[in-house]
Design a binder for this molecule. Structure first.
Ligand code: APR
Length: 171
């Protein structure tokens, strides 16, 4: 399973599934959630309404509608409250839940945004370390997922994920 890190707009990325950094209502919001809903069109929200929300750390899948991606995998990341409320474990669970759901739906290519590092204020370096660790840990058990791409919206985020990958490869 390949893992790559790029800078870009995940709504324009062609993959079997793109991941949405959602909230537990799954009814849209700002940031990448807002961008994905705007690009996918109103049918996405209609399908999301029928899902009745999603717990933090878990994931649910919908069609991608007008997006280049076939599916959107929605996962609510943890809000950062200082690190003492299980945030790190919940963020790790987001990545695992999304990858397993992608496998179950026969996805070969999956793209992630940097979950929780925007509005939810999760420290970027720590989030990047967790994301890279979970993605690399999934690699040996992946059956259908052949490539995972981290789509970073800005250079600072991309640099943090590249640093996390370098550190993980030295461990
Ligand atoms: N493509 C890729 N990444 C993006 C895009 C985009 N089009 N737009 C924003 N991002 C990046 C942000 O720069 C940040 O690095 O996604 C990362 C996650 O930031 P947020 O979207 O703020 O998500 P998060 O921190 O998980 O907060 C989720 O924000 O939008 C609301 O409804 C959402 O309540 C939820 C909360």
């Amino acid at each position: 399973m390949e893992f790559s890190i790029i800078q870009g707009d995940i709504t324009a990325f062609t993959a079997d599934a793109i991941v949405n950094a959602a909230n537990t209502s799954l009814l849209g919001g700002g940031g990448v959630d807002g961008a994905i809903h705007r690009a996918a069109g109103p049918e996405l929200l209609e399908e999301c309404r029928r899902l009745h929300g999603c717990e933090t750390g878990k994931a649910k899948i919908t069609s991608g509608y007008r997006l280049p991606a076939n599916y959107v995998i929605h996962t609510p990341g943890p809000v950062w409250h200082g690190g003492g409320a299980g945030e790190e474990g919940l963020l790790a669970s987001c990545y695992r839940s999304c990858l397993h759901l992608a496998e179950e739906n026969g996805c070969r290519t999956v793209a992630f945004p940097s979950i929780s590092t925007g509005v939810y204020r999760f420290p970027l370096e720590c989030a990047a370390y967790i994301a890279v660790r979970e993605i690399l840990a999934f690699s040996p058990i992946a059956k259908t997922v052949q490539s995972v791409t981290m789509v970073c919206f800005d250079e600072r985020t991309k640099a943090a994920y590249e640093a996390a990958l370098r550190h993980a490869q030295q461990e």
